[in-house]
Design a protein around this ligand. Sequence first.
Ligand code: ATP
Length: 265
Amino acid sequence: MAENILTVENLNIAYQGVPAVMDVNFTLERGKVLTIVGESGSGKTTVIRALMGLLSVGGEVTDGTMIFNGHNLRTLSKSEWRAIRGKDMAMIFQDSGSALDPIVRIGKQFRELFTSHIEITNDECDRRAIELLESVSLPNGADILRRYPHELSGGQRQRVGIAMALALDPALLIGDEPTSALDVTTQSQVVMQMLELAKEHNSAIVMVTHNLGVAAYMSDYIIVMKKGRVVDAGTPKDILENPSNEYTKQLKEAVPTLGGGRYID
Ligand SMILES: Nc1ncnc2c1ncn2[C@@H]1O[C@H](COP(=O)(O)OP(=O)(O)OP(=O)(O)O)[C@@H](O)[C@H]1O
């Protein structure tokens, strides 16, 4: 039987006591991709921030369990979180590029990332960083390592963010609209690269997107959220061929068409 890397049961989250996410359940196996879709304010970001232990101020998990790789995430101490985050579990934000430290060269940021989790020489850090940059289509890695973030384009910075997220072979990669700030061509390239790398590393992915087309293309499972609850869940085929919820039907209709055909067909 495939190993579950993540099990979420009856997850409830509130901000200042006001419920924002209610009764969310899902499981994810190693190497699989789960996408959360839904309208703005439906609770997507709240769910994945809870998974990273990074709910914004006032946010609190009020009920339920989240088990990641045998760890009960609700009971982790700050130092246990630090050990897991970035290593076993990594996150790519919409603007991961801008999360880079603006006054530190890229090479040094890679070294800091590696050395905070593993014993490694500087030369080995640089070698691995260059390899990772190559895998996200940044072939001039040695040059990139010498640069500051502002000396890169937005797309290059986002690729650096993805390379860093994958640097320590995370078992789980969490993405919040990881490509939405990029132009459409770069978006599809970056999604493909994320998928390829995740497959190579046997990492699972939980990703938030507004776009059911992207979700259908890249996922093994899709969860549709509305007003803090899961209103539909299943494989892309289940969701698209038999949307059980009126809202999913509307989302499906809203998928943009490409060349006259729906992207998801
Ligand atoms: N820091 C906060 N304080 C209070 N309420 C919040 C906070 N963050 C989110 N919420 C509320 O929680 C609900 C879910 O928000 P969340 O950001 O998770 O939605 P989302 O589906 O990710 O939206 P979007 O697609 O716009 O990013 C919303 O009603 C929102 O107003």
